[in-house]
Design a protein. Structure first.
Ligand code: NOJ
Length: 566
């Protein structure tokens, strides 16, 4: 592994700092809490640790609204705590990735505050401020969190925000703004960071002239994507960003890059790409939200083949040019089992099956905190405890469209991002060992914390946690899982994800993964000979000759005897 690719054979873990471990007993997770738990992560086999934002922020969007790029929010601790975390993590060969949020900042950032106070000042040009003659918004773009993407200031100007109105977009057309951002990035890399996960980076270029578009809904507005995502010219910004910052360090960069067309993947993550790797979201949701959650199809009712083909296409296209980052959960989604499996079939075994499904794909696997415990969605009794801005918006839209609060809260239970943001359950004590007993945690602890928690699972050979440790160890022990070629197989079977990973160097093994999404026991004819069954999600596997019998929602990892999978 040459130096530039030092990150490729590592397993990554995402911490949502507010909910990982509350060391100071104020009900919110903090940096000291993460440092305390590094040995847990080490034991799991983690080598890259992505922290969702810990910068100073009013927390309108969980810290993705930054008011000071060089400061730690007191909620999470101090810069000394951050330095300590870096030191302790590096000691354990765990490299920290911070979240880099540079498409927008907070409206409480001093730049924006000055721009508000002093029209015409330098800082005003760091943002998209506009005046209109008719007093209407400059265009009809819809923000990704709902409503117009323009907010009016008290003195009658408008500013652009693709996300919440407290997240004004930064104007990357301004070279002085760009230089400030690069300087800030170098400040963090100089501290010995492993790199960054880079937020919403595909939005930094807007279509010149900021034109309106034909509306696609009764609100008269239009989705902002065609005007503010992967717009031609973005490559100039991204090349400059790389040259001014990342290229000067041995760091890894993981882009949140939704909607990059296949033919542009090479520009993003090819040999001389803007980033080391990226998340592809094309297959992360099997359904589309449309106007709101109430227009989604239920799990099990979506088009399985289409979803599967999208996953395969993503793997195949990515391997032509580079190396991806694979995941099924993060802080922006409900738990994966909720997305992919009907409620009646949920079980810890199915959690393991979903683990196998993505863990052996080609790319760095990212585990989102609690996934390794088999956590399910939280169960919120009402909208009151919900913090997430996008959940609150979807809930409001559902009520506006005539749903009752009871109906709308069912949607929250299924789709809300807060489902996966509740405190991490460390043990069965009050507050799940996240906060001391008696403390009110910022989001309620998960109702299952007494059974689904790290302490209970650590010594249970059948637990999801133990299974994840096995998956990690196996993935690290075989070079095929890093560089081996991906190929889909057995496409004629419905409700089956199946692929091979074939070693590229002499002596490397070939593996096959099969994951059944059927709720019935089924037989599959294998087009190759099996040397051994290396992993099985549950209940053992029956293999007679080349006929494999899979139980409902069962996944297996097979080592093949033939050098070539047919
Ligand atoms: C993507 C982040 O993952 C999400 O949590 C956030 O709301 C948006 N970008 C805006 O920063």
């Amino acid at each position: 592994m040459n130096n530039r690719n030092w990150w490729k054979d590592r397993i990554a873990y995402q911490v949502y700092p507010r909910s990982f471990r509350d060391a100071n007993g104020d009900g919110t997770g903090d940096l000291k809490g993460i440092t305390e738990k590094l040995d847990y992560l080490k034991e799991l086999g983690i080598g890259l640790l992505w922290l969702s934002p810990v910068y100073k922020s009013p927390m309108d969007d969980g810290g993705y609204d930054i008011a000071d790029y060089r400061g730690i929010d007191p909620l999470f601790g101090s810069m000394e705590d951050m330095d300590e975390l870096l030191r302790e993590a590096n000691k354990r060969d765990i490299r920290i990735l911070m979240d880099l949020v540079i498409n927008h900042c907070s409206d409480e950032h001093p730049w924006f505050q000055k721009a508000l106070r002093e029209p015409g000042c330098e800082e005003e040009s760091y943002f998209y401020f506009r005046r209109t003659e008719d007093g209407q918004p400059p265009n009809n773009w819809r923000s990704m969190f709902g409503g117009s993407a323009w907010e009016k200031t008290p003195d009658g100007r408008y500013y652009l925000h693709l996300f919440s109105k407290k997240q004004p977009d930064l104007n990357w057309e301004n070279p002085r703004l760009r230089e400030q951002l690069y300087d800030m990035i170098r400040f963090w890399l100089d501290k010995g960071l492993g790199g960054f996960r880079i937020d919403a980076i595909v939005h930094i270029k807007k279509l010149p002239g900021l034109p309106s578009g034909p509306s696609n809904a009764p609100d008269g507005m239009v989705d902002c994507f065609p005007y503010a995502r992967n717009i031609p010219g973005i490559g100039d910004f991204l090349t400059e960003l790389r040259e001014q910052t990342f290229d000067r360090y041995q760091c890894v960069t993981v882009a949140e890059a939704a909607g990059v067309p296949n033919e542009q993947l090479g520009e993003y993550i090819g040999e001389n790409g803007y980033f080391s790797t990226m998340f592809d979201f094309s297959y992360s949701e099997p359904y589309s939200y449309g106007r709101g959650w109430h227009t989604c199809k239920n799990p099990g009712e979506w088009d399985f083949r289409r979803w599967r083909d999208t996953l395969y296409a993503s793997q195949l296209e990515t391997q032509k040019v580079g190396y991806g980052a694979v995941f099924t959960e993060n802080h922006d989604y409900p738990r994966a089992i909720q997305k992919f499996v009907p409620e009646k079939d949920h079980s810890p075994e199915v959690q393991k099956a979903l683990g196998i499904l993505y863990f052996y794909l080609r790319g760095v696997p990212f585990i989102y905190q609690g996934q390794e415990l088999g956590m399910t969605n939280a169960r919120f009794p009402s909208i009151d405890p919900i913090d997430d801005i996008s959940t609150r918006n979807h809930y409001r839209v559902a009520l506006e469209d005539g749903l009752s609060p009871e109906e709308a809260i069912k949607l929250v239970a299924r789709y809300s991002r807060d489902n996966a943001r509740v405190p991490f359950p460390w043990d069965a004590s009050e507050n799940g060992g996240f906060s001391p007993a008696g403390v009110k945690t910022w989001l309620p602890v998960h109702p299952d914390y007494q059974t689904v928690n790290a302490a209970a699972e650590e010594h249970d050979p059948e637990s999801v946690l133990t299974f994840y440790k096995q998956m990690v160890a196996l993935r690290k022990s075989e070079p095929t899982f890093v560089d081996g070629a991906f190929a889909p197989i057995l496409r004629r079977y419905d409700k089956l994800i199946a692929y091979t990973r074939k070693g590229t160097s002499p002596g490397e093994k070939t593996f096959a993964v099969l994951c059944s999404f059927s709720d019935k026991t089924r037989k599959v004819e294998l087009p190759f000979d099996v040397k051994s069954i290396r992993l099985c999600s549950h209940g053992g596997v029956k293999l007679s000759g080349n006929t494999l019998t899979l139980k409902p929602y069962q996944s297996v990892l097979l080592e093949l005897s033939a050098p070539e999978a047919k």
